[in-house]
Design a protein. Structure first.
Length: 348
């Protein structure tokens, strides 16, 4: 243990170090200059500081202030020894961060007991901090493992759609990337941005229940077929709802609401405006954009420029205008996503 003694009287320092020698494993460092002591503290963090109040500048209170500023997170015990009986001095010392006081001349027995007590408390505090850090690390590791399992579940759910739909795995990857980018442009929290990244790819999971003759039909759907297709929003919600996972809860919202329209003409419940969950409104823009730029059995792929124009024209009718604005604010990032997650890479 490192003990620091600061007093402009060398005789006092000799007395203090003699008393401190009775503490096992203690090493004493002394300074008659308070300024020099502070310089030493810049590269050393002692376990206990004992200092006088009346010293050439800086005085004891100023030393405490500067030390606490140097190590704002440290709880190093500090004993001030002074002949002053002024209550105001003690109040100022306490406000500056003093832990205890002794009056000159210091009683050796009391002095030793005070130092030992403070050192024991300081050591216990460090042990508790170390234990707390260990527990925090264990919690982080467990949380990371749980998150990894959750991500695996999500990945497997989205892969299931690749075996039934004409859309490629790159579509669901782009959907998550679009949603995260828009969430960032809307200044959503990092947690919500990550939630969008993970949850949005599950928007069409309900299509697992859509019959092949509807899902894979190359031409225009008949009215009864269109009714069947629309049901995938409800089915997706039913598959994902009720989970303890926040990601799956958000995915359930998206699955149910990503075909709703800002003006209330969407499905399955014809809700409108902000009654549609924000995550679903964000997904809706990305979903239509990606459908336009992708080749389908019933259509050729549009150019991104044409798709952007359609999204812009649909603000206030199909889409939330604020989400469209955010989508355009991150247009360069959307274009990078198209380059990185392109369908030709999958085909190759």
């Amino acid at each position: 243990m490192e003990l620091l003694f600061v007093d402009d009287d060398a005789t006092n320092l000799k007395v203090y170090t003699t008393i401190a020698a009775q503490i096992a494993d203690a090493h004493a460092t002394t300074f008659v200059s308070s300024a020099a002591a502070l310089v030493w503290c810049e590269s050393h963090e002692p376990d206990l500081i004992v200092l006088d109040y009346r010293m050439p500048a800086p005085n004891g209170i100023e030393v405490i202030r500067q030390y606490r500023a140097l190590y704002p997170q440290a709880d190093t015990p500090i004993i001030m020894i002074t002949g002053e009986n002024d209550r105001e001095v003690r109040h100022r010392a306490l406000e500056s961060g003093a832990s205890d006081f002794l009056n000159k001349p210091a009683d050796p027995v009391e002095f030793l007991a005070r130092m030992r007590n403070l050192l024991v408390l300081h050591e216990r505090g460090k042990q508790l901090e170390n234990r707390a850090n260990t527990l925090a690390a264990e919690v982080r590791a467990a949380t990371k493992e749980i998150a990894g399992r959750e991500l695996e579940t999500i990945t497997r759910l989205t892969r299931a759609m690749e075996y039934r739909d004409t859309e490629t795995g790159m579509h669901v990857m782009r959907m998550g990337q679009y949603a995260e980018a828009v969430g960032r442009a809307m200044d959503l929290s990092p947690t919500e941005q990550n939630m969008l990244l993970l949850a949005t790819p599950m928007h069409d999971i309900g299509k697992v229940a859509t019959p092949d003759y509807v899902l894979l039909k190359p031409g225009t759907l008949a009215p009864d077929e269109w009714t069947i297709m629309q049901d995938h929003a409800r089915v997706g919600h039913d598959i994902l709802a009720g989970s303890a996972s926040q990601v799956l809860q958000r995915a359930a919202e998206i699955a149910l609401g990503h075909h709703e329209r800002w003006d209330g003409t969407g499905y399955p419940h014809a809700v409108k405006g902000t009654d549609i969950p924000l995550a679903a409104r964000i997904c809706a823009v990305g979903d239509v954009f990606d459908a336009l730029i992708s080749k389908r059995p019933y259509k050729d792929a549009w150019t991104p420029a044409a798709a952007f124009k359609t999204i812009e024209r649909s603000a206030g009718t199909h889409f939330d205008p604020m989400v469209v604005e955010a989508f355009f604010r991150c247009k360069p990032e959307i274009e990078r996503i198209l380059q990185r997650f392109n369908d030709d890479a999958v085909a190759a």
